[in-house]
Design a protein around this ligand. Structure first.
Ligand SMILES: NC(=O)c1ccc[n+]([C@@H]2O[C@H](COP(=O)([O-])OP(=O)(O)OC[C@H]3O[C@@H](n4cnc5c(N)ncnc54)[C@H](OP(=O)(O)O)[C@@H]3O)[C@@H](O)[C@H]2O)c1
Length: 484
């Protein structure tokens, strides 16, 4: 695939995501060999001139991409533009006119990316505005990138998909889940499908359970207003953790292309049993200590309703009703204000069918009682790589077992990895939709969680700086602690 010249239009150009992630990613892309030819048009309601926007871009590159001031000052010279959305008459018509004019000016062949880095409640207005104003009438291609969250439940996701499809074809749409752009997650496809070693083990005959964990040490910070209406289930589990599940759970695709991969991801989503109350635990962080600092509980955070029932921690047990996974629970857990930041996937294998050994103490609770299970651990962040945890004989008298690791670490081999947004934005420019989420996937994912979304539920608490509520540790037989 190759990239063609295009105009990259960023809605939400003054926002946090654009400044911290999109602009640094676009900068990185221009540093690659055969860098694509593009110009940028930023837009939002703020009244900025082209010159103000130019300054915002260059300052963002220095602050968030570590680019020197000199390099930032010369980046995409003459190719940074801005248009505010405040005109009295139809702002989208004005915008699309400007898009077409800039495409002519920079000889971009009428190709356009529209990136919606906007508060989700604004998506419908902008999609409709673009559709009605002839965004699709350029001489080249038009692509629409939509940030998360895509809907708040099944009904709203369907409504949003219907609206998108009334103005754009599905193959023009790129729904972002930035977890899919992480190198370690993309590596799962290589790991599973480029090695013949694992596929015969990748099923209920050999695997006891799968645990997917995304732990954050931060609290809600400045996002309290948004977060209190969303919470861990909507903000993390339904999208990021469920997408990680699909990469682990999917069958071997017919080919390495977007359609084949997305078809298999969809099949696994469709096979997941809709969630029941007994398969989910909710909790909120209470006061505690993180990084040596005392912090307040969720209900005392500014912008959070003091009687809020929004979970900051969710642990869910999913069952996949297909031949590969019948009887293998997939545990998904995520929380804010946990002890440390960590994203990992643990594939826990069955115990040996007959135990010849008594196990061995060695200070590791998992080895204290019987022989520990083998674990394949995929480290997504902050460590990045793959580890196999297995049993060895500890040297010395007696047959004392000890768990050891066989590890591959990305940092050691390749140094710093590209940010997920760099990979995803480049894919948008190339027109490769493999790592983006399809309309049917989004809806199938909401279908899993819809039954419990608006139900009354028990709310547990956990001290800030801990590993979550005790109840969740009873619920998930943690591979590391052996459930203790
Ligand atoms: N920040 C992150 O790390 C992050 C990570 C993952 C996903 N996301 C997603 O990315 C999107 C943007 O997040 P953000 O953190 O950048 O939000 P943000 O900092 O609040 O920025 C929102 C942007 O949208 C513009 N905007 C707001 N209302 C608008 C309207 N009615 N019409 C046109 N423009 C409008 C704002 O500018 P004006 O006020 O000038 O219009 C601003 O540029 C959200 O969907 C979020 O869920 C963010």
């Amino acid at each position: 695939m190759t990239t063609e010249p295009h105009l990259f239009v960023i809605f939400g150009a003054t926002g946090d995501l654009n400044r911290r992630k999109l602009l640094p990613a676009l900068y990185e892309i221009t540093q690659q060999e055969n860098a694509p030819d593009f110009a940028i048009l930023g837009t939002s309601r703020s009244k900025l001139s082209d010159k103000d926007f130019d300054k915002l871009v260059r300052e963002s590159l220095v602050e968030f991409a570590g680019v020197s001031k000199k390099d930032a000052d010369h980046w995409l010279e003459g190719k940074l533009h801005y248009q505010s959305l405040t005109q009295e008459n139809d702002p989208y018509e004005e915008l699309v006119k400007r898009v077409h004019a800039l495409e002519k000016e920079h000889k971009l062949k009428g190709n356009t990316v529209y990136y919606l880095s906007l508060p989700p409640q604004v998506f419908p207005k902008v999609i409709e505005g673009l559709g009605k104003s002839g965004a699709n009438d350029g001489d080249g291609w038009t692509r629409l990138v939509v940030e998360k969250p895509f809907g708040q439940d099944l009904a709203s996701a369907k409504t949003l998909n219907d609206l998108v499809h009334s103005h754009f074809k599905e193959d023009q749409v790129y729904r972002i889940d930035h977890y899919l752009g992480k190198e370690t997650v993309q590596n799962m496809l290589a790991f599973r499908f480029a090695n013949s070693l694992f596929e015969p083990l990748w099923n209920r005959d050999r695997i006891d359970r799968v645990e997917i964990t995304v732990a954050e040490s931060l609290g809600v910070e400045e996002r309290a207003g948004y977060y209190d209406k969303s919470g861990a289930l909507r903000d993390m589990i339904q999208n990021h953790l469920t997408q990680l599940l699909t990469v682990i759970g999917m069958d071997v695709p017919a080919g390495f292309n977007a359609n084949a991969i997305r078809a298999e991801k969809l099949k696994v989503l469709k096979a997941i049993r809709p969630l029941q109350d007994e398969d989910i635990i909710y909790a909120q962080y209470a006061e505690g200590e993180t990084n040596g600092k005392k912090v307040k509980g969720y209900l005392k955070e500014d912008g959070v309703d003091t009687k809020s029932k929004t979970p900051t921690y969710v642990a869910a047990r999913l069952h996949i009703d297909n031949w590969r996974w019948q009887g293998v629970p997939f545990y998904l857990r995520t929380g804010k204000r946990l002890e440390s930041k960590l994203t990992e996937i643990a594939i826990v294998f069955h115990c040996a069918p007959i135990s010849l050994f008594e196990g061995g103490a060695d200070g590791d609770p998992a080895t204290g009682n019987g022989v520990p299970q083998d674990v394949l651990r995929i480290n997504v962040a902050p460590e990045q790589g793959v580890e196999m945890l297995f049993n060895i004989k500890k040297p010395g008298q007696g047959m004392i077992l000890q768990r050891q690791r066989l590890a591959f670490d990305y940092d050691e081999v390749f140094g710093k990895l590209p940010d997920a947004y760099t990979a995803l934005l480049f894919d948008v420019m190339e027109g490769d939709r493999t790592l983006f989420v399809g309309a049917d996937e989004v809806e199938a994912s909401w279908e899993i969680y819809d039954p419990v979304l608006n139900r009354e539920h028990e709310m547990h608490t956990y001290p800030s700086g801990s590993w979550g509520p005790t109840k969740a540790r009873e619920f998930i037989e943690d591979w590391e602690t052996g459930g203790e």
